[in-house]
Design a protein around this ligand. Structure first.
Ligand code: PGA
Length: 249
């Protein structure tokens, strides 16, 4: 399994910030990454970013509408993202769930839309701090996973991002043991539902990943990569995180 390190720019980035992608491209052409690299800029920059990346890394989106087209003012379909040059889309990020009221079934419909358009769906799940303190993190993440994934999830079309809500943008991360335990739980849920082939589905960790903790997190068992927010905005930080992936023989 080749790990995936994905950057989520969120609602950050103007045309001038494409210079960071040029810098990332230059860094990776000098020394290839030991993982798949994806950058998810805001939708306004996808086409330009894809042109600029030129295949040195992939470009993704941060959300999509479940339908392919229609009277949905302001929305963007998975097919449009693909047409603009995206090869992946994040669905069900906790900020979408929190600020746009997205439910697990909305997320499942978006994942199915991503597949329909030929995009990798990065399906996000994660517990709040209250849920962790109450001891229900495994149950919450298991049920989010179950209800946010349509049937037919497989390694080629899906990655899971485990992002504890309380770790996003806070500088706080779970202990190594807690990350490993949750990833093992997610793996068990995937294999129970989809069979042995689900062992190939990458499970990314997200939430305050930065250059100083990336290598340690990325090398934990069942951690198949990272979803990086704030630290993906600067090429130097993002590259340092990418270099945390141990190159496989
Ligand atoms: P962060 O965000 O790395 O800034 O904590 C991660 C995310 O929300 O995907």
């Amino acid at each position: 399994m080749r790990p995936l390190v994905a950057g989520n720019w969120k609602m950050n980035g103007l045309g001038a910030d494409l210079a960071e992608l040029a810098a990332l491209k230059a860094a990776l052409s000098g020394r290839p990454a030991g993982c798949d690299v994806l950058v998810c800029p805001p939708a306004t920059l996808i086409a330009k970013a894809a042109g600029q990346a030129g295949g040195a890394f992939a470009i993704g989106a941060q959300d999509c509408h479940p339908r392919a087209s229609g009277a949905f003012t302001g929305d963007i379909s998975a097919e449009m993202l693909k047409d603009a040059g995206a090869s992946a889309v994040i669905v069900g990020h906790s900020e979408r769930r929190q600020f746009h009221g997205e439910t697990d079934s909305d997320v499942a419909a978006k994942a199915a839309a991503a597949w329909r358009a030929g995009l990798l769906a990065i399906v996000c799940i994660g517990e709040t701090s209250a849920q962790r303190d109450a001891g229900t993190a495994n149950h919450i993440c298991g049920s989010q996973l179950d209800a946010s994934l349509p049937d037919d999830a497989m390694a080629g079309n899906t990655a899971i991002a485990y992002e504890p809500v309380w770790a996003i943008g806070t500088g706080r991360t779970p202990s190594d043991g807690d990350i490993a335990a949750m990833h093992a739980h997610i793996r068990a849920c995937l294999v129970r539902r989809f069979g042995e082939e689900a062992r190939g589905i990458r499970i990314l960790y997200g939430g305050s990943v930065k250059p100083s903790n990336a290598a340690q997190i990325l090398n934990l068992p069942e951690v198949g990569g990272a979803l990086v927010g704030g630290a993906s905005l600067k090429a130097a930080d993002f590259e340092a995180i990418i270099r945390g992936v141990k190159v496989q023989d």
